[in-house]
Design a protein around this ligand. Structure first.
Ligand code: ATP
Length: 349
């Protein structure tokens, strides 16, 4: 059962960060995270994701004028040990000289929890993360996935107000990443904890985020649900960073968008030359005789759950379309495409 909404709300107001060497890592970040919500910060390497997490944690302070609130409390000048946040990193950061149980109990001990309470909480954590049989193992005797479970257990054991996760799955192989991703998602929502999750992996961001904040050069360029970010990108950076996007140029005339491969009804404003975008899965493959748009298969890539085709002749440049049809396509095969007019996107910039 979801306990969403019971966690601590986080508010960042006008948070910039300039490092002493002059690097400006954050550009006036303003954002509200609802209690119990998981917000994923997604962006390329060096865009400021980790710095943002460190500002929320209290490991870095924002430049003067920036403010961080946990619920109504201004925590801007509170150090990390007084913010009650749990952190999980890509590198696990576990204590190698302690066993699993001791690692999980560490934060509780620091907080001065009595022995009996510590033992009870450690048992709960071992059970929740399904690592009971690893209780006495040393950290060096664990796999990557097991280490990450211990790191999560250690972070959650102290019942933090907020959980901060910095690329927690990056070091793991694809299969394990997917499994742990689902586990973390279920865990965060069953605990009702507010979580800030950093990743540069868009698939992970989509799967785990209630909302995704896309970061470009220190600024949040869009915040929205995974669907909003995917289907209604705010600008060209978001459109290109998340998934594959086709960009084509055509001419609007008499209520139609005319492309080299045919024309489709135009239901938006504008006349003359326009640039429009569409996702590969928004173009449906049809027999060429039945479709308003036609092209020719140049290449196909079988991806298992779908096939990706590069198609020439439809637009002023090659377009990418995806289909779940099981059949194989031939090079130079003529195909028809159906693109619903309302899936065509025009960007403002
Ligand atoms: P990655 O995905 O590669 O970890 P990131 O998005 O998390 O990157 P940050 O680590 O937040 O990015 O770094 C943002 C920018 O700030 C980078 O240009 C980085 O070089 C710079 N930076 C980070 N920490 C410091 C520091 N202590 N002093 C100076 N510059 C820093």
């Amino acid at each position: 059962m979801s306990a969403r909404g019971s966690g601590t709300a986080i508010r960042l107001a006008d948070c910039s960060k300039t490092f002493p060497n002059g690097t400006r890592a954050l550009e006036r970040i303003t954002l509200e995270m609802r209690g119990g919500e998981t917000v994923v910060f997604l962006g390329p390497s060096g865009c400021g994701k980790t710095t943002l997490l460190r500002v929320i944690a209290g490991l870095e302070s924002p430049d003067p004028g920036g403010r961080v609130f946990f619920d109504d409390e201004d925590v801007t000048v509170l150090p990390i040990e007084r913010r009650n946040v749990g952190m999980v990193f890509q590198s696990y950061a576990l204590f190698p000289n302690m066993n699993v149980e001791e690692n999980i109990a560490y934060g509780l001990k620091i907080h001065g929890a009595p022995q009996a309470q510590r033992a009870k909480r450690v048992d709960e954590m071992l059970q929740m993360m399904q690592i009971g049989e690893l209780r006495e193992r040393r950290i060096t005797q664990l796999s990557g996935g097991q280490r990450q479970r211990v790191a999560l257990a250690r972070a959650i054991a102290v019942q933090p107000r907020v959980l901060l996760l910095d690329e927690p799955l990056t070091a793991l192989d694809a299969l394990l990443r997917e499994r742990l991703r689902i586990e973390i998602d279920v865990l965060l929502h069953s605990l009702g904890i507010t979580a800030a999750y950093v990743t540069h992996d868009q698939g992970e961001a989509m799967a785990i985020g209630d909302r995704v904040a896309v970061v470009d050069r220190g600024a949040i360029v869009q915040v929205g649900t995974p669907r909003e970010i995917y289907y209604k990108p705010a600008n060209a950076f978001v459109a290109d960073f998340i998934g594959t996007m086709n960009r084509v140029r055509g001419t609007v005339r008499d209520g139609f968008l005319e492309l080299p491969g045919g024309r489709i009804p135009w239901i938006q404003c504008g006349e003359g030359t326009v640039e429009v975008l569409f996702r590969p899965n928004d173009a449906r493959i049809m027999p060429p005789g039945e479709a308003a748009l036609r092209g020719e298969v140049v290449q196909q890539f079988f991806l298992g759950d779908r096939t990706r085709l590069h198609v020439a002749g439809v637009a002023d440049r090659m377009v990418v379309v995806e289909t779940t049809e099981h059949r194989e396509f031939k090079v130079a095969e003529r195909i028809g495409l159906l693109i619903e007019p309302d899936t065509l996107l025009r960007l403002k910039d």
